[in-house]
Ligand binder design. Structure first.
Ligand SMILES: CC(C)(COP(=O)(O)OP(=O)(O)OC[C@H]1O[C@@H](n2cnc3c(N)ncnc32)[C@H](O)[C@@H]1OP(=O)(O)O)[C@@H](O)C(=O)NCCC(=O)NCCS
Length: 183
């Protein structure tokens, strides 16, 4: 977009870069995506406070915005040792089919383990979301169970599959830059 400055690149892997999020990125990605598994909007106040943090996904070297990822803390208890990051991802329709989702999730996992002391990253997706399930498995997440009725989509309460990845699940060489996650 005209007038935009260069983004700060945080990490790269085989044709994609995880980069600084700029205002309007999520709207631009939504406009170029099918919104098949998007949960219903819900603006009601919640009884806790947290920030949702975001990064952009860029095709390299072209520089095109192809997706966004976000994360927020899940407090399973009142200490950092009982906190998990929950991540989400969305790619524009045209950028799908090349395992970029798994590659991007792996970059974000490494970034979160490198820059925070939280030892667990998790993600949820619906059982019917086959690219979502498979992408998490390709990124190294383990299936942990079903969260019954945890989301509302299309006016109906729905189950989600919970996936988790612990710092101790990473291979010893996973802390090197530019290690492809999944070929
Ligand atoms: C989830 C998402 C990021 C994955 O995109 P992607 O990385 O391009 O995914 P791919 O199309 O490369 O598919 C990933 C894997 O799922 C498999 N897959 C895709 N569609 C499939 C289907 N209908 N049946 C079985 N497997 C399927 C692919 O074959 C691939 O596995 P393989 O390479 O081992 O064969 C993308 O679909 C998306 O943005 N969806 C909308 C938002 C969303 O649902 N996010 C996830 C929940 S937060």
């Amino acid at each position: 977009m005209a007038g935009r400055r260069e983004r700060i690149i945080l990490a790269t892997d085989l044709g994609i870069a995880m980069a600084e999020y700029l205002d309007g990125d999520e709207e631009a990605v939504d406009a170029a995506s099918d919104l098949e598994f998007m949960q219903d909007p819900d603006d009601r106040p919640v009884p806790f406070q947290f920030d949702i943090l975001r990064v952009a996904l860029i095709e390299v070297p072209a520089g095109r915005l192809i997706g966004v990822m976000w994360w927020y803390p899940i407090p399973y208890g009142p200490t950092l040792s009982r906190t998990s990051w929950n991540i989400g991802i969305k790619l524009i329709s045209e950028a799908r089919g090349r395992r970029h989702g798994a590659r991007a999730a792996r970059l974000l996992v490494r970034y979160l383990f490198d820059t925070t002391e939280v030892d667990r990253v998790q993600a949820t997706t619906e059982e019917a979301n086959l690219p979502g399930l498979r992408g998490l498995e390709l990124a190294g997440f383990r299936r942990e169970g079903i969260l019954r009725g945890i989301t509302i989509r299309g006016g109906e309460r729905r189950d989600m599959v919970l996936y988790g990845l612990l710092r101790s699940d990473l291979e010893p060489d996973d802390d090197t830059d530019h290690t492809p996650c999944c070929g």
